[in-house]
Design a binder for this molecule. Structure first.
Ligand SMILES: [Zn+2]
Length: 298
């Protein structure tokens, strides 16, 4: 196989035998996962945690294919959505394996447990080229947005439960889930928000992730992530690390181009520096469909 590290049969490829019993009553409905031999032969891939995460990811695709095929739909949803769901299966498995139903920290996910996937890679505006509805963001910002949506729906804990899940709720809706233009507003509406409101709340949660005290988040009802606690990550990989590439100096002039895709966000951070102030100027007016926000974190 070509790019990528793994692949799950959905039952629609030539020669695939994993089709649904909704199509053929004799189907075994067995999940088949094909691994990329070239990618997995690399030293960096000799990693059980990564392999476990990948297998969970591919099994999630297969489970989703069953849901769609049984409803008489194509076996996959819009590209951003199916990859985002499969990535959420990875992060949920990592929380379950590490006994952290919610508010999980990554350092407790050891090398003996499935890797939580790439759900945090787009935090703090570090992946500004990738929006939640773009193909480039499907494993990162899209997954993060979906996790945020799921939390807004009240589904925070990874602990097994008997209620209908967010996944089951949205896919019970008889719509064409391959059409991303209608899927996005439908997802936002499922939590009572417009597309713009969802994007705005998600952006605020993402750019402040791990940077605000819990009591401030609670008292001011600020959007935040609950499944994971990104505080530790903000120190190692985020704005609290002095070498974070989104931090600007207060002692010299800097010009920054900010490119934001549809539904996405970008951020720059200026840390407190004694009594030094800042002066900001927008050289080119922002796109009127966008929102520019200056947020003081403390
Ligand atoms: Zn995938």
């Amino acid at each position: 196989m070509g790019g990528g590290t793994g692949f799950a049969y959905h039952g629609i490829l030539p020669g695939a035998t994993g089709g649904s019993q909704a199509i053929c009553p004799h189907s075994s409905e067995m999940t088949t996962v094909r691994l990329n031999a070239t990618a997995w032969a690399q030293p960096a891939s000799q990693n059980a945690s990564r392999l476990a995460g990948l297998l969970i990811h591919e099994y999630a695709h297969n489970a989703e294919a069953r849901v769609h095929l049984r409803a008489g739909r194509p076996s996959t949803s819009a590209w951003f959505l199916s990859e985002a769901w499969a990535t959420l299966a990875e992060e949920t498995a990592a929380r379950l394996a590490s006994g952290q139903a919610e508010g999980a920290v990554q350092s407790k996910v050891t090398a003996q447990m499935p890797n939580p996937g790439s759900v945090f890679l787009g935090l703090w505006g570090k992946q500004e080229a990738a929006g939640p509805w773009q193909v480039a963001g499907r494993y990162t910002v899209s997954a993060q947005m979906l996790m945020f949506l799921r939390e807004l729906k009240g589904e925070v804990s990874a602990a097994p439960r008997t209620q209908t899940t967010f996944h089951q709720q949205i896919y019970a809706e008889p719509r064409d889930w391959t059409d991303h233009k209608s899927a996005v507003p439908a997802l936002a509406a499922s939590v009572g928000l417009t597309h713009a409101e969802l994007v705005d709340r998600h952006a605020l949660a993402a750019v402040t992730a791990g940077l605000l005290p819990e009591n401030v988040i609670r008292e001011r009802n600020l959007p935040s992530f609950r499944s994971w606690n990104p505080r530790e990550l903000a120190v190692s990989d985020g704005p609290l690390n002095p070498s974070f590439n989104g931090r600007l100096s207060r002692t010299r002039n800097e010009f920054v181009d900010q490119w934001v895709p549809d539904g996405g966000y970008a951020a720059i951070y200026m840390m407190a520096d004694a009594n030094r102030g800042i002066s900001l100027a927008s050289i080119q007016p922002p796109d009127p469909s966008g929102i520019v926000r200056l947020t003081r974190l403390r």
